[in-house]
Every structure is written in C-alpha cells, then in structure tokens.
Design a protein around this ligand. Structure first.
Ligand SMILES: Nc1ncnc2c1ncn2[C@@H]1O[C@H](COP(=O)(O)OP(=O)(O)OP(=O)(O)O)[C@@H](O)[C@H]1O
Ligand SMILES: [Mg+2]
Length: 230
C-alpha cells in the first residue's frame, strides 16, 4: 500500500461570497522512499497540498491517508501527534521562532518527547554538526543569521525527530546558487536514509532529482511523471 494516498481531494476556501477552489479532485499515491517534486505556477495549489499531507489543514472533501491513518477523521489532538511523530516541515519563509537561538529552535520539537534533557541536547549537537557546522552560530537568533543559515536551522529542526515524511515548501527560494545546492544535497541525503521527501518548488536543480514529478495547474494535477523532470 502507498505510504500516502490522496483520494479525490478538494479544498475550497470561502472568503465572503467568493469561493476559491484551491484543490479540485486531486488523487495521488506516493510510495515510501519517493522523492516527490510538486511544481506549477503560483496559486496552483502546491502549498495547500503540502498542508493537507502534513495534517495542518483538512480537505473540504476526499480523503488523505498516510501510513493507513485517515487524516480526515482525526481530531486536532490526534493530528498534532501525527505531525510530531511522522512529519518534518520546512515552510516557505523558514518559520523559525524569532526569540529562540538556532540551537533552541532545533531543540524545540523534542520538548514534548519523554527523553532525558542531556540526550536531547546531544541529538541537537549531532544534527547541527552536520547541517550547520560553525558552532558559534548555534547561539545566534534567526535574525542574526543569513537566509541560508536560517534555512539550515529549519532543515535541522525538521529532521531532528527522524520523520518518516519531510515536507518542504520552496526550500531554495531566495538562496544563492551554492547554498541552494547544499540545501538540496541535505534533502537528498535525508531521502537516501529512507525519508519520503515531498517538495514544492520551481527549482530546476530539484526537479532533476525527482523520482516522481507532479505538475499542478488551477488546483488540479495536470501531469504525473516518473523520474526526473527537465
Ligand atoms: N487560507 C486561504 N484562504 C483563501 N484562499 C486561499 C488560502 N490559502 C490559499 N488560498 C488560495 O488557494 C490557491 C492555491 O494557493 P496555494 O498557496 O496552494 O498556491 P501555491 O501553488 O503554493 O502558490 P505559490 O507558488 O505562490 O506558493 C490560491 O488561489 C490562493 O489564493
Ligand atoms: Mg506556495
């Protein structure tokens, strides 16, 4: 059975009298270990799709099933457990907590987990050593870091719980070529370690790595193709 199944999913936002069909009749199967790239013009529904898979939002109709769990029938508490245990998020614009240092931001998802404090800190040091090796940056606030450094912190935070699924929304936008390439390599390595990765992006360097390419248009899937998109 596929790890992720979207079955005829629609998401309609109502604003005053206007209905926005953000997604319409989307069906998609994603196997474990896949490197999925979702692309398509601005407003085509990419972020909405990631939010539904990540249990941050519910569809208006249709089903979202992840690892045999039907997300559409879960309450808020169950969804928060699902997110905590299975999903790592890298949001459009990073979403770091501005009052916490880089180290504390990465530690943050571990707070509710029953594990000795020293063990948690050891895990954070271990992942930051790989992703943000310059140790003096660990004590800096997000505002005191460059965009690329913030993105690294966001990736470390997303990976700290060894998520089954990593969702990344435009992870390389606003980054220079070299930093983007390093970020892509980090996502790629997570995928090689078994994490199912789903990325919304226009970045051709990421499209090249896809095992499954999903093109969105007007809230619908226009095309699904196996292998790299070029
Ligand atoms: N909370 C919301 N309320 C109302 N409409 C929304 C909401 N979120 C998204 N939409 C609308 O749904 C459509 C799809 O938005 P979405 O953010 O999924 O697009 P996207 O493909 O991620 O675009 P971009 O490439 O610009 O990030 C857009 O028309 C958007 O205006
Ligand atoms: Mg988006």
């Amino acid at each position: 059975m596929p790890l992720i199944q979207l079955q005829n999913v629609s998401k309609i936002y109502k604003r005053r009298d206007v209905e926005v069909r953000s997604l319409e009749g989307v069906s998609l199967d994603v196997e474990k270990g896949e490197f999925v790239v979702i692309y398509g013009v601005s407003g085509s529904g990419k972020t909405t799709l990631l939010n539904l898979i990540g249990g941050l939002d519910k569809p208006t109709s249709g089903k979202v099933i992840v690892d045999s769990l039907d997300l559409t029938t879960q309450d808020e508490h169950q969804l928060s457990l699902y997110r905590r245990e299975k999903v790592g998020f890298i949001f459009q614009g990073f979403n770091l907590i501005p009052t916490l240092t880089a180290f504390e931001n990465v530690l943050f998802p571990l707070i509710p987990i029953p594990m000795p404090e020293e063990e948690k800190k050891r895990k954070v040091r271990e992942i930051l050593s790989l992703i943000l090796p310059i140790q003096r940056l660990w004590e800096q606030l997000p505002l005191e870091l460059s965009g690329g450094e913030q993105q690294r912190v966001a990736i470390a935070r997303a990976l700290i719980n060894n998520p089954q699924i990593l969702l990344a929304d435009e992870p390389t936008s606003d980054l220079d070529t070299k930093t983007s390439q390093q970020i892509i390599d980090l996502l790629w390595e997570a995928n090689k370690k078994g994490c199912t990765v789903i990325i919304a992006t226009h970045d051709p360097r990421i499209l090249k790595r896809a095992s499954l390419g999903v093109e969105m248009e007007d809230g619908k899937i226009k095309e699904i193709r196996k292998g790299a998109v070029s």
